[in-house]
Design a protein around this ligand. Sequence first.
Ligand code: FES
Length: 572
Amino acid sequence: MTAPRRSAQWYGGDDRNSYIHRAWMRRGLPADAFDGRPHIAIANTASALTPCNAHLDEVARSVADGIHRAGGIPLNLPVVSIGETQVRPTAMLWRNMAAMAIEEMLRANPIDAVVLLGGCDKTIPALLMGAASVDLPAVVVPGGPMLTGTFRGVPLGCGTDVWKLSEEVRAGTLSAAEFSRSESSMIRSKGHCNTMGTASTMGLLAEVLGMTLPGVAGTPAPDARLLEAAHATGVLAVELADSGRRPSTVLSRGSFLNAIVALAALGGSTNAVVHLLAIAGRLGITLSQDDFDRTGAEVPLIVDLLPAGRFLMDDLYRAGGLHAVLAEIRDLLDPAALTVTGRPLVHYLDDARVYDREVIRTREQPLQQHAGIAVLYGNLAPGGAVVKPAAASPALLRHRGPAVVFDSVEDLNARLDDPGLEVTADSVLILRGCGPKGYPGMPEVANMPLPAKLLALGVRDMVRICDGRMSGTAYGTVVLHVTPEAAAGGPLAKVRTGDMIILDVPNRRLDVDLPPGELEAREPDATTVKAFAAPARGWERLYVDTVGPASTGADQGFLLGSSGDQVSRESH
Ligand code: FES
């Protein structure tokens, strides 16, 4: 005997409560809408203020068509949306809040399954975190990347080329007028950033985790095949509601290790570290920062996309897409890891083909031999720090140089271009107070700009260290996610300008060269402590009081794990 649907807890029976639930929802629905048909929410992050997701209402309509066709009832559910470029102080401050709101609305409502529509950086992580904590049958439709714009005949990579062009302006090699002319060319179409930034990375990794219809991730947002896949996802969602296949039955440790392998092969964003750790934390799956180094560090980079390489997301799709990449590294994938269809991920790789070897390389001729995330430890990062060697300058991966320390983003902006700042190409720029608690929200500021006077000398990379994050579209020798962060009592708060910093990526070390006991004996300066965030109320206060370290995903401690799909009390 099949179990009654979850939605029947609202709609089943003939008492006053079920009458109320049905009556208020009828509004044109067919008469048999409440006779046991699955009710499927479409958790929709479409918003005019999240430009990368603004097209998701159209995607939602195709999902709804598919749900109808398969006999389900589609229910559009607008959820908290986070526009990476728009929200202040930083989108990451709102990821956990969005995940919490999504979780609660999925649990509180009469639904049997959910289709998750995301795109811009934090939206897919938040949707997956929330869905995992409810553990209702769920499937993601990634909104897809935009088409590539060009300026002066040259393709533009969102984000990456903004950093590059703005550095050229600061170096005096590009006029401010030309810089502003490029603005209208940067965003060519609907969709999210077209580089291998965080949105592209998390859309692709949602599929590697097994949480999408196989073959959809990376489909450009304006491509008609995205709507076709959205329709098919609606059909699949009804099957998911019938089968009861949930995130906890699809996702395993093997799924996450597959995502780590793919992250390296794709040259994906360092932000995937905190997002994958946070999603795993909602499922109670054991995953640590060290798994990224152990499992991914030796994986070759075979996708030639910005910021590590040359091409953009529509080139990857044309070249064969995600499946063609995964087929190249098939032997490194867990063959047992499932997808939402109930079949393993590797099942879908048999027909994969590479159509452009410039974009998707062979294992024998990779873009870089070892491309994963390296996790460093030492007296500056007892809890670990992350560096992406593929985005760094090889000559700087072993480096010793004097620290130039900034207490906050404001301090950095005020002093970086001061002609009197004592800094050379060998200096190590340190920015602290930018961890989850310190800022708050762990902004993407670790790839701090270089001093203008060094740019003018032709310097294009320096060692930079920060307890914050780095945009997935950024590049450089940047050590980030330093844990514990300065605001949580980390040693980063005690480093002083002039201290010798030793970075040794091959040996996974990050240290300050001080006599034994000196660092421990120091206290942070009052100006350093004063720069840490101290919100008085609201979400920011709750966030700062309860957020965990980057090394475990920067989730709120009280949101770890799952509460299941049952509401705590019945109403009325
Ligand atoms: Fe939305 Fe880049 S700003 S994906």
